[in-house]
Design a protein around this ligand. Sequence first.
Ligand code: CA
Length: 407
Amino acid sequence: MPISRSHHRPFRSLHRLTAMMTIGIPCAAFAQSGDFAACMQKLQPQATRAGISAQSFARFTQGVSPDMSILEKLDYQPEFRQPIWDYMAGLVDEQRISEGRSNLSRYGNILQRVSAQYGVDPATVVAVWGVESNYGQTQGKYPLVQALGTLSCYGRRQAYFQKEFFATLRILQSGDIQPQRLVGSWAGAFGHTQFMPSTFERLAVDFDGDGRRDLMDNATDALASTANFLAKGGWQTGQPWGFEVRLPAGMSTAGEGRRNKKSVSSWTAKGVVTVDGQPLDSRVSPSQKAGLLTPAGATGPAFLVFRNFDVIYGYNAAESYALAIAHLSDRLRGGGAFATPWPTDDPGLSRAERMTLQKALLARGYDIGEPDGLIGSKTRDAIKTEQSKLGLTPDGRAGQKILRALQ
Ligand code: CA
């Protein structure tokens, strides 16, 4: 999943915790349930001030123990950075496109009503859903009270997590979601939309009118809540997020980016055209402001991005993430792959291809666990060994070259 930080979901990329928290023994000592109970007791008066009755606080925190494994995740630093083409290949693959198209049709009537009310088109809403939770299929497994309770008492940013913890308790107190159903990511994002609890409170909507805002089990509420999030973020109805462009040979992209917006006419003056070689104003008004995004440098695909790209970016504060949603939305509308290939001779793998690669490694006797399409350290170690045998660079990366060599 994406790597970034924002008010919405701030713990995607992380600094190191204090040394104490990363060492096993002091950590275990720290985790004594007595400490946690004392911490909860200390938080209770603050919870009252935050609108949680003493009865609710007792009911929802009773019997909860801390999960110290979450602190390791808070401290996790990926040792392997995915290139953008691997990231995009996993997030926008044939499976996600075809499931997205099925959902566009399955929820067609609801999406039309959502679009009429919030001004956000169906493909964009469904693309967010597909990238956030794989259309509700990957919502996370951590009980939220336990996860946010732990983060409220230990580790960095306790004040931030306490606010989310109290929001969680208010959601339970309101009855929107049943306690046993409130599970999500270790950092507290939950449901089809992967909202943080405070985001839920601000932006979740009860679109089917059953009296509950349910983002865990109700796709109708989730689709409308996503549209509401984008609408409140400043979505411009009917405007594109952006589109791929072709740059003139030798054009400098230094200093350009999403934030550095210029009028479409000034991009035209620099020689930028659509990938079909058409003038930019064949797609969009020349007075529109756009930034130039080149996620893999000047030789890879280039995009002009408008205000709506920033709104998608607001969902998770990572440009690669926003580009995945934006591109998926285009694919759901029937658009094709990028015209310019990524600058690599070893493109990335879809989730299905990652599974195939894992099965090939299992068949060769590597103990990498169940094939799940997620490339973890065991899979990467096995890939390194096979790359060495084949005379390839042993970087542990799951790409087309190693897949073809092992098939
Ligand atoms: Ca509802």
